[in-house]
Design a protein around this ligand. Sequence first.
Ligand code: SAM
Length: 217
Amino acid sequence: MKYRTSRENMIKYQLLARGITDENVLKAFFTVPRHRFVPTELEHLSYNDSPLSIGESQTISQPYIVALMMQTLELKKSDKVLEIGTGSGYQTALLAEIVEKVYTVERIKSLITGAENLLNDLGYKNIYYKFGDGTLGWADGYPKQEEFDKIIVAAAAPDIPESLTKQLAMNGKLIIPTGNRTLQQLVVITKTEDGYVHTNEGGCTFVPLIGDEGWQE
Ligand code: SAM
């Protein structure tokens, strides 16, 4: 298994050391070959503790922040998960290792095409893809799906997109970086019988979420 030791070190020093304990998340990080999701010239850096460029002015996120977001969502096998910001497809693969179905949306055509080809190549059969504006969620996506148990947004929004909270199932959770263009807070919204409950998981920095209910370019 190529880069096995790098992957074990990433899990030990970047994830376990910072409080990632969810067994399913740790197992997924061990299984998914992160080096396949970065440009060839950056492959030797692929298990570093940092985001990396994937072209189109976009990034594959730092492993720890991806793990934190996934752990916070308390993913279950039966979950239907909506992911906004496919990027390289790395987080999509991690999610697809844990849950039944992943629905992913990306606004840059070359990225979603590249991710879909790679994820097919790696054998994932539980992922649905949509090219378009993820601030509107899975609206008009195929197959039709109106509600999701978990929604994970991998880009930073000025406010919480209403279309996304509307697509949460009862007791579902949405995690989204929210703030200005340089610094955000990781906000979690849980849909309960009494309304939406907001919590804050701390500071972070993401590329902007661009779209109808995000930033305007
Ligand atoms: N999770 C990805 C990975 O593992 O490679 C990294 C995602 S990257 C930090 C953020 C992605 O969100 C970019 O690919 C960007 O094009 C995408 N994005 C930004 N605004 C979007 C929108 N409205 N709808 C869908 N994708 C969007």
